[in-house]
Ligand binder design. Sequence first.
Ligand SMILES: NC(=O)c1ccc[n+]([C@@H]2O[C@H](COP(=O)([O-])OP(=O)(O)OC[C@H]3O[C@@H](n4cnc5c(N)ncnc54)[C@H](OP(=O)(O)O)[C@@H]3O)[C@@H](O)[C@H]2O)c1
Length: 257
Amino acid sequence: MYLPSFRLDHKTAIVTGAGRGIGRALAIGLAEAGADVVLISRTKNDLENTADTIRQLGVKAYVMTVDVTSREEITACVEEIKESVMSIDILVNNAGINIRSAAADVTDEEWTKIMETNVKSAFMMSQEVGKIMKKQGTGGSILSVSSVAGHVALRTGVAYAASKAALIQMTKVLALEWGKDNIRVNSIGPWYFETPLTEQLLTNDEYLHDILAVTPLNRIGQLNELVGPAILLVSEAGSYVTGQTLFVDGGMTIQGF
Ligand SMILES: NC(=O)c1ccc[n+]([C@@H]2O[C@H](COP(=O)([O-])OP(=O)(O)OC[C@H]3O[C@@H](n4cnc5c(N)ncnc54)[C@H](OP(=O)(O)O)[C@@H]3O)[C@@H](O)[C@H]2O)c1
């Protein structure tokens, strides 16, 4: 047998920002692959909605209302998860925000909020979950949702770009430190997908035209097109892949001129 398994049966995955958009799609996709899923964000109703869909698939869904920028809330939440599940096998750091100020106008508050939500939260979650994975001795897989904006210069705002570049570099260093414990750490870097975060931009015809002009596949991504790459990276199918960022971008980042 050469084909390793893409299935996630008997695994437990934590997904942050699972109430809507990309996080919701990834949580449902992981559940379709067989995983029980712990759903995290600040809005209970959104999470309950995702949980209802997941439970219909015959796996477990746990809802935890947590602000991932708070160390106290993360520590308490990870402790509670540890008590409720057999093992924590997968962490998806997806929660993220953007505030699109021009560089000259970025306030200290905006910079801090973006960095804390997009990078520090992912580090704190990885740190708390990584310690448990290490103690369990069965390895694990951490996947962060970075962005094309962390790799090439875009009109998405300097703070967002810096936060996503930091996430990509954090992925490499955690992979380096935790490889010996068989904890793999990777990231997926989306280009444009239609979610509440991008809704307004994508209804602007001029902006959409500019996006498509630099997208070889000539369309924005569909949420289900992020699920396959994510499953590859967190399942046994990706067992020798670590420290990588897989851009799911319709070819956007391959271009020169
Ligand atoms: N959509 C795209 O085209 C695109 C492209 C590249 C990268 N990304 C990245 O993909 C990720 C998801 O984006 P999206 O488009 O799905 O965004 P979205 O629709 O706005 O969803 C973001 C999710 O993160 C949660 N969240 C935000 N701040 C949080 C906090 N402090 N604590 C806990 N949860 C928090 C939100 O829930 P609450 O507000 O209820 O807490 C929500 O569930 C982000 O990291 C984003 O940067 C998106």
